[in-house]
Write a protein that binds this ligand. Structure first.
Ligand code: SF4
Length: 473
């Protein structure tokens, strides 16, 4: 399969996660990779004495941008136009896919090279291109692996984090027709490079994402590690960038702050190897046409919610993903969104709050707070998780758990019903209570809940009963 990823039907997180938990190899791969990035990140962050000031500056710039996004987007549009680019506005995924597909077909292209675009994963652009007879070729090494495997990305930064070297070698042997390939990382990278070089030379249209876009100059910025982004943004004749509107920052000089925060938080490097910056087009240098597609797709709705809005500060560094104890066990596929981990648990429901799968994500967290500690733009993810949980409950989507909690609330609200419940529980627990503990749960939803928990049994006498009997005697 050479095309876009196959997307399984989205199921609620607990169901999807239980399948991932059964995959021991996947959990081992994810744990090993996230542990190594965590150690590197901690070391390079500790080198900067002004890290906290940088975080505060990053958060303030993003907050300022979000507060006047309407005005900055118009400024960005004007700057890009003056620099020779064309700006398109897309209300949702369908509109964005339609715009990009029409641009590609208008060039007569049947193949495009793509780089660095979580946003195009979000809108499932590859599926739309394939439906229009255009072959998308992912050029980021990890994205290419995921595409060749017919899977979805499972990490913001390392989309193939769930695969180890042996699995990648087997995939390349089969899909690239290289039976003698070893699992040496340099050999694997070389195989991908040779495969992609042909595509770079052939393709006339490239599609990229954007890390930032500066409203004052119209400059778009992409940071990456392999240089394939640079090839995409310079070699083809036409460059199409698809960008969520929240990537807009006010000034070119704001990049100074983010280019310190991003590489250290994401790959644990002092500086990423390649930073590509371009403003419109220039005769004889780079693409002859540049299109910027500005995507809303739920972002203005998120912007309108003061409690959820800080999620739009996210610079997609993935530091929160790497420290998340839930993500470490399940990997990214269980989130059914390209935004996995803690940021996915708050962003996906905001962008796509209607589906049952998205509604289950705010509960995919232990609320330990590790994500908040590492976030370079100080997003208080735990508070937003709680806010999103409250919205799910308010929509009546909490299911059996919500019903049980409402029932428990009523029992706890009245002493008489609480004592009645205690007496009933004492009778009902008899077949399963042993030595002060509920050993096993009866079949049904409680059985799954009880498999991972120890629950003390209701004592034979409550304190109040003991006190009254003592007074009587
Ligand atoms: S929420 Fe913060 S830590 Fe997580 S990806 Fe976004 S910027 Fe990075």
């Amino acid at each position: 399969m050479t095309g876009g990823a196959r997307h399984a039907r989205a199921e609620p997180f607990p169901r999807a996660a239980s399948a991932a938990l059964a995959n021991v190899q996947l959990r081992r791969n994810v744990r090993a990779a996230t542990a190594s990035i965590r150690v590197k990140r901690a070391a390079v962050v500790a080198e900067l004495p002004d890290w906290e000031e940088l975080r505060a500056a990053g958060a303030a710039i993003k907050d300022d941008a979000l507060a006047r996004l309407d005005e900055l987007l118009l400024e960005l549009e004007g700057s890009v136009r003056r620099a020779g680019g064309v700006v398109h506005w897309a209300r949702d995924a369908a509109e964005a896919n339609g715009i990009v597909t029409a641009l590609v077909l208008a060039e007569g292209a049947r193949e495009v090279v793509k780089v660095k675009s979580l946003t195009t994963d979000e809108i499932r652009l590859n599926d739309a291109l394939e439906a229009a007879g255009v072959r998308p070729i992912e050029t980021d090494f990890a994205e290419l692996i995921v595409q060749l495997a017919g899977e979805r990305p499972s990490h913001l930064l390392v989309p193939a984090i769930h695969k180890n070297r042996r699995e990648i070698r087997d995939l390349f042997r089969e899909r690239l027709g290289l039976p003698a390939l070893s699992d040496d990382p340099a050999e694997l990278a070389e195989a991908a490079r040779l495969h992609l070089r042909e595509a770079f030379l052939r393709s006339r249209v490239a599609i990229s994402g954007a890390n930032f876009a500066c409203a004052d100059t119209g400059t778009v910025c992409v940071v990456e590690s392999e240089g394939n982004g640079r090839m995409c943004t310079t070699l083809p004749e036409v460059l199409i960038t698809v960008m969520g509107i929240e990537k807009t920052i006010p000034r070119f000089r704001d990049l100074e702050v983010f280019l310190q925060l991003l590489p250290r938080s994401s790959t644990g490097e002092r500086m990423n190897p390649y930073t590509s910056l371009w403003s419109g087009v220039r005769d004889g240098d780079g693409p002859r046409a540049f299109h910027l597609v500005l995507l809303d797709a739920g972002r203005t709705r998120a912007l309108a919610d003061p409690a959820g809005r800080p999620a739009l500060r996210c610079i997609r560094c993935s530091a929160c993903v790497n420290v998340c104890p839930v993500y470490r066990q399940t990997g990214g596929h269980a989130y059914h969104s390209p935004y996995a981990g803690p940021i996915g648990a708050i962003l996906a429901p905001q962008l796509d709050g209607e589906s049952e799968a998205a509604g289950s994500l705010p509960f995919a967290s232990s609320l330990c707070g590790a994500c908040y500690d590492v976030c370079p733009v100080k997003i208080d993810i735990p508070s937003i998780l709680v806010h999103e949980r409250a919205r799910v409950v308010a929509r009546g989507r909490a299911g059996l758990e919500g019903l049980s909690m409402r029932r428990l609330g009523r029992i706890f609200a009245s002493r008489a019903s609480y004592e009645r419940a205690q007496r009933l529980a004492r009778t009902l627990q008899r077949p399963v209570a042993r030595g002060g503990w509920i050993g096993r749960f009866p079949p049904g939803p409680l059985a799954a809940w009880g498999r991972a928990r120890d629950l003390p049994s209701v004592p034979a006498q409550t304190f109040r009963e003991w006190w009254e009997s003592r007074a009587r005697s």
